[in-house]
Design a protein around this ligand. Structure first.
Ligand SMILES: NC(=O)c1ccc[n+]([C@@H]2O[C@H](COP(=O)([O-])OP(=O)(O)OC[C@H]3O[C@@H](n4cnc5c(N)ncnc54)[C@H](OP(=O)(O)O)[C@@H]3O)[C@@H](O)[C@H]2O)c1
Length: 324
């Protein structure tokens, strides 16, 4: 494993972290045995960073991690997230921050995170979503900074809403965020324009999520897969979306398939290639995935011409003029 400094958090984190959404729920059937074995194999191979959230199985992912970490002695950093009070997701520009992230609610929610994770101070707490409208009055962040001074949280930040990731840029410039969690993968390269350079300038820790675009950038799908009930990908890859994504992955493998890396390795290495990035957190749900994904840290970095070639595979899915 290799380690990097996670910006101003000062945490020395493994390049490959553990994305713990699926071990909480929303990805179809998942056994607790598989989840424990996945965590065990990841830590045995040097992972010291785990990402979870209140929302992953209503605390289930956190509780599994809390139980699991009791069986280990090494230092492991856990990042978790607090969602806004129930309502529109992502929050609409008309939502009132005082109603979605009120102080009493934030305090109660943080207490629950501490209890689930069996700790008295959170390494990183992120607000699970945000709207740019709140940049004018980011009161919830001020409350979290107060809780940081009280010792309940060590670092605070935001996990970007996927339709407007750049909404955190102004907040980073104002020094309000210690860390951010962003989507940065072969398809979604827009953070290279502004978000990642500003994070670097301001020394904000960057945690990259969804390096595989929910699995398709591992290259394992053919396009005719049907996701089981309870797997959120039924919706994510609805209609012809899976086939369109698979066709694009095929173009990437045609071009880079002979470079000695599997598609999954190429995807993780791409996400790690930006110097602002501290850790990439692939979702891991069993031992085999833990072994495959942790191995990637040891592989050589992508060459400049590969990175330049991969720029051509960025896919802006919200761009009407580009056609379907
Ligand atoms: N808004 C937010 O804050 C937010 C949103 C999304 C994710 N996240 C965080 O980011 C993490 C990563 O994102 P993600 O889990 O959604 O998506 P991802 O990392 O793009 O994909 C993960 C999925 O790919 C499959 N997989 C993993 N390693 C593989 C390998 N080596 N070969 C083949 N298949 C493999 C697994 O699913 P199957 O085996 O079922 O195919 C796994 O669940 C999450 O776990 C979560 O911690 C945060």
């Amino acid at each position: 494993m290799k380690y990097r400094q996670l910006g101003k958090t000062g945490l020395n984190v493994s390049e490959i972290g553990f994305g713990a959404w699926a071990i909480g729920g929303s990805w179809g059937v998942q056994s607790v045995t598989d989840s424990f074995e996945a965590l065990e194999a990841a830590l045995d191979n040097g992972v010291n960073f785990i990402d979870t959230a209140a929302g992953y199985g209503n605390g289930k992912s956190e509780r599994i991690i809390g139980d699991f970490l009791e069986t280990r002695d090494e230092e492991v950093f856990v990042c978790t997230k607090t969602p806004p009070v129930q309502g529109k997701w992502p929050p609409s520009p008309y939502c009132d921050i005082d109603e979605r992230y009120p102080e009493a609610y934030l305090r109660e929610n943080v207490e629950e995170r501490l209890k689930n994770l069996k700790t008295d101070s959170l390494d990183i707490l992120l607000l699970h979503t945000w709207t740019r409208a709140w940049n004018r009055k980011p009161k919830a962040l001020e409350i979290l900074h107060k809780m940081k001074q009280e010792g309940l949280i060590k670092n605070v930040g935001i996990s970007t809403p996927e339709h407007d990731q750049n909404c955190v840029v102004a907040l980073m410039k104002e020094g309000l965020l210690d860390a951010v969690q962003v989507i940065y993968n072969i398809f979604e390269q827009e953070p290279a324009a502004e978000l990642l350079p500003v994070a670097r300038e301001k020394n904000v820790g960057v945690i990259v999520r969804v390096a595989f675009d929910e699995g398709v950038l591992t290259g394992k799908f053919k396009g005719n897969e049907e996701f089981e009930d309870g797997d959120f990908r039924q919706k994510y890859f609805e209609g012809d979306r899976l086939q369109r994504a698979v066709d694009r992955v095929q173009e990437i493998t045609d071009e880079f398939g002979n470079n000695g890396l599997s598609m999954a390795e190429l995807a993780l290495k791409f996400s790690l290639s930006h110097p602002a990035v501290g850790t990439v957190i692939p979702g891991i749900r069993n031992r085999e995935q833990a072994l495959k994904n942790t191995k990637v840290a040891k592989l050589p970095d992508l060459k400049a011409d590969t990175l330049i070639g991969l720029r051509e595979h960025a896919w802006n899915r919200g761009f009407w003029y580009a056609g379907k």
